[in-house]
Ligand binder design. Structure first.
Ligand SMILES: *[C@@H]1O[C@H](CO)[C@@H](O)[C@H](O)[C@H]1NC(C)=O
Ligand SMILES: *[C@@H]1O[C@H](CO)[C@@H](O)[C@H](O)[C@H]1NC(C)=O
Length: 156
């Protein structure tokens, strides 16, 4: 019961943080970034959408090059995966005009603590190319490309 109440308090404070509120009474408030660059989330969504909806191998490769830095570090379900293998996995799903991706949530914050990073984006989405996959993806964006991806993906 007490644990449950704690859990809901935690969830409540998490949602407040997500909304960007900075509560003076919250000792963790100084760790929340309150200024959000809206363009960063849109940037990530636009480029990821191009990867899902790519209609040929050349457009897919171009879409990946516009998104991922050459030395990107990718973790998929807690396992490191090379850039080439990550691209191959998308390639193996093929191309279909009905491919779709729907974003159900996103957060973006500027990387104020480290000027070589433009910012951090979290995306929550569901995509379908050859099967439906639900993902949560945390991205570090630096010098106009994604330098780190941490993705949790669940096949539905
Ligand atoms: C800043 O970010 C870069 C790229 O992710 C990283 O290599 C570097 O260690 C970071 N520096 C600090 C001070 O956190
Ligand atoms: C995304 O939303 C559209 C419109 O509701 C729907 O037709 C499509 O199946 C959805 N795609 C996924 C992967 O959930």
């Amino acid at each position: 019961m007490v644990a449950l109440r704690f859990a809901s308090l935690f969830l409540l404070s998490t949602s407040i943080a997500v909304l960007g509120a900075n509560l003076p009474s919250d000792p963790a408030a100084s760790n929340y970034l309150t200024s959000t660059p809206p363009s960063l989330g849109t940037w990530a969504e636009t480029r990821l959408t191009a990867i899902i909806k790519a209609s040929s191998a050349p457009t897919l490769n171009a879409a990946f090059d516009a998104f991922l830095a050459q030395d990107v570090k990718i973790t998929l379900n807690n396992k490191p995966i090379s850039r080439a293998d990550y691209i191959s996995e998308r390639l193996s799903k093929g191309f279909t005009p009905s491919a779709s991706i729907n974003y159900t949530g996103s957060i973006a914050v500027p990387a104020v603590a480290n000027s070589t990073q433009a910012g951090l984006v979290a995306l929550f989405f569901r995509d379908h190319v050859s099967s439906t996959v639900e993902s949560a993806m945390n991205l570090v964006i630096a010098s106009g490309k994604v330098s780190i991806i941490n993705q949790i993906a669940l096949g539905l």
